[in-house]
Design a protein around this ligand. Structure first.
Ligand code: HEC
Ligand code: HEC
Ligand code: HEC
Ligand code: HEC
Ligand code: HEC
Ligand code: HEC
Ligand code: HEC
Length: 309
């Protein structure tokens, strides 16, 4: 067989082979979306949790997971629509799903399935102060994937300004819990780190749009977040040499002891107040001066007019 003939036989085959998995995936999601993009509103399950039935096809397709099939995460829902949740789930995913089910009552398997493709990150989160809050302490306050990344169906790149963990939104995302009085008291955390961050030099620079100003994860990491008393935390003791050193070249022990969650000390505070007073004083003086001058001009003009008459 000539090379050309071989090509005419294999090219279409190759074409269909490439197309096949694509159409199978798309078809599966399309089946689910036939109902779920049309259904609106929330529904209360027998367990009492509210579920959002709608999945927006456009938004799902343009997310980082747009090419996945619904059943890549909803692994039990292989049956269409979902009469018998019977599909086999890998033991690893099953084991995680049982550890996090207190937090993910709707479909814990879907919430554990992230582990199939993001195993390293998942392990870091489970070993973090947030993950242990759920798996070891049996609480539901700690953060798992969706607390930081938002709805599982519409995750976008961290660089996208609308992402919940982008530079623009990250402080607010962590702040939803770390600015919450109930959580601060329950876990005996420092008096509202959110206020102190926002008033710190870094927080102000970030607010002003400084491109290199740190956000929360710059100092605490994003997934293996540890307590400040844990020797493996990037903000524990001398580890700060490296953490601060990422941006402050040659940061030494004296420098790293600048407590970053406190507002700038009393001297800058009063210096700033004094500067404001001084500026306002000068401004008031200038205004007064202009007014007085205008007043004297008018008075002169009136006198002149009277004299001329
Ligand atoms: C015939 C319409 C229909 C189709 C097709 C459909 N669903 Fe549903 N889905 C529903 C309805 C109705 C509910 C709410 C009540 C319930 O759970 O049955 C629901 C609820 C859900 C829930 C919430 C959890 C739960 O147990 O209620 C998930 C997750 C879900 N569907 C995923 C999927 C996936 C994945 C597919 C595709 C494999 C799919 N659905 C196909 C109608 C449908
Ligand atoms: C990247 C993984 C992933 C993909 C892909 C995915 N889901 Fe989900 N979905 C989840 C997770 C995680 C939850 C939350 C489960 C929980 O909290 O118990 C969820 C929840 C749901 C719910 C219930 C909503 C609620 O309020 O909890 C529905 C309905 C649903 N998904 C349908 C779909 C459909 C339809 C598709 C395909 C178009 C899809 N999902 C694709 C991960 C995914
Ligand atoms: C079947 C594999 C698969 C599963 C399951 C999966 N993901 Fe992904 N995820 C991917 C791929 C592939 C990318 C990379 C897309 C890219 O780089 O453009 C990605 C990217 C991401 C990103 C990166 C966004 C960024 O900043 O670039 C996040 C966050 C993410 N996934 C979270 C999750 C969460 C949370 C779950 C579980 C609810 C999950 N993923 C389940 C395959 C998967
Ligand atoms: C405490 C908040 C938080 C939690 C919980 C969290 N993430 Fe993230 N994640 C982040 C932040 C912040 C970034 C951005 C990191 C960066 O820009 O360098 C990120 C980035 C990512 C990325 C893309 C960049 C990378 O490092 O590859 C993926 C994928 C991801 N997360 C997946 C997950 C999965 C899966 C889970 C759950 C097991 C999860 N995340 C839980 C905050 C979180
Ligand atoms: C410039 C680095 C840096 C940034 C940015 C930063 N932190 Fe911290 N954080 C620290 C250090 C250092 C500590 C240890 C305690 C201290 O010295 O104040 C700490 C402590 C904490 C603690 C423990 C408080 C306690 O007493 O238990 C929490 C919670 C925390 N940070 C959350 C956040 C959040 C949320 C953000 C974003 C709004 C953030 N941090 C931004 C450096 C930083
Ligand atoms: C869903 C709520 C929630 C979100 C979102 C969240 N956290 Fe937390 N975080 C907690 C809880 C609860 C604890 C205390 C856990 C414990 O001690 O069991 C904690 C503990 C911490 C600690 C350790 C405090 C200590 O003891 O020194 C740090 C640091 C921290 N979080 C940083 C962050 C950062 C950075 C983000 C955002 C990228 C974030 N958290 C997002 C709930 C949250
Ligand atoms: C992601 C980068 C980044 C990290 C990490 C970081 N900083 Fe900064 N820091 C900045 C930027 C940007 C400024 C503002 C510089 C300017 O405008 O001159 C700043 C300013 C400061 C200032 C006031 C001005 C100065 O240079 O004296 C102090 C003090 C400071 N940082 C301490 C710390 C400490 C302590 C840590 C570690 C716990 C730290 N920073 C971590 C980026 C960072």
């Amino acid at each position: 067989m000539s090379y050309k003939k071989l090509l005419t036989v294999f090219a279409p085959l190759l074409f269909f082979a490439l197309l096949l998995p694509q159409t199978v995936f798309a078809q599966e999601s399309a089946n689910c979306l036939a109902c779920h993009s049309a259904m609106k509103g929330k529904l209360k399950t027998s367990g009492g949790t509210l579920i959002e039935l709608n999945v927006d096809t456009e938004k799902f397709r343009s997310s980082v997971h747009g090419s996945l099939s619904c059943t890549d995460c909803h692994m039990r829902f292989s049956d269409n629509p979902h009469s018998s949740p019977s599909a086999s789930v890998p033991p690893q995913v099953l084991s995680i799903s049982s550890r996090i089910s207190s937090k993910h009552g709707v479909d814990p398997v879907a919430a554990a399935a992230c582990n199939r493709c993001h195993e390293e990150i998942y392990n870091k989160v489970l070993g973090s102060v947030h993950g242990k809050n759920i798996t070891d302490k049996n609480q539901t306050d700690g953060a798992l994937c969706l607390d930081c990344h938002g709805s599982p169906h519409y995750i976008t790149s961290a660089k996208d300004p609308t992402s919940k963990i982008s530079r623009e939104n990250q402080v607010e995302t962590c702040g939803r819990c770390h600015g919450d009085k109930k959580i601060i008291e329950k876990y005996n955390l420092q008096e509202n780190v959110m206020n102190s961050f926002q008033e710190s030099f870094h927080g102000r620079k970030l607010h002003l749009g400084h491109m290199r100003a740190p956000v929360c994860a710059s100092c605490h990491n994003s997934h293996d977040i540890k307590s400040k008393n844990d020797p493996s935390s990037p903000v524990f003791g001398k580890n700060k040499l490296q953490t601060c050193g990422k941006c402050h070249e040659g940061a030494n022990e004296k420098f790293i002891s600048a407590i970053t969650h406190r507002p700038p000390g009393p001297i800058p505070h009063y210096a700033e107040k004094a500067l404001i007073l001084l500026t306002m004083g000068v401004f008031a003086f200038v205004v007064l001066h202009v007014l007085l001058e205008a007043f004297s001009d008018i008075r002169d003009a009136i006198f002149r007019k009277e004299r001329e008459e």
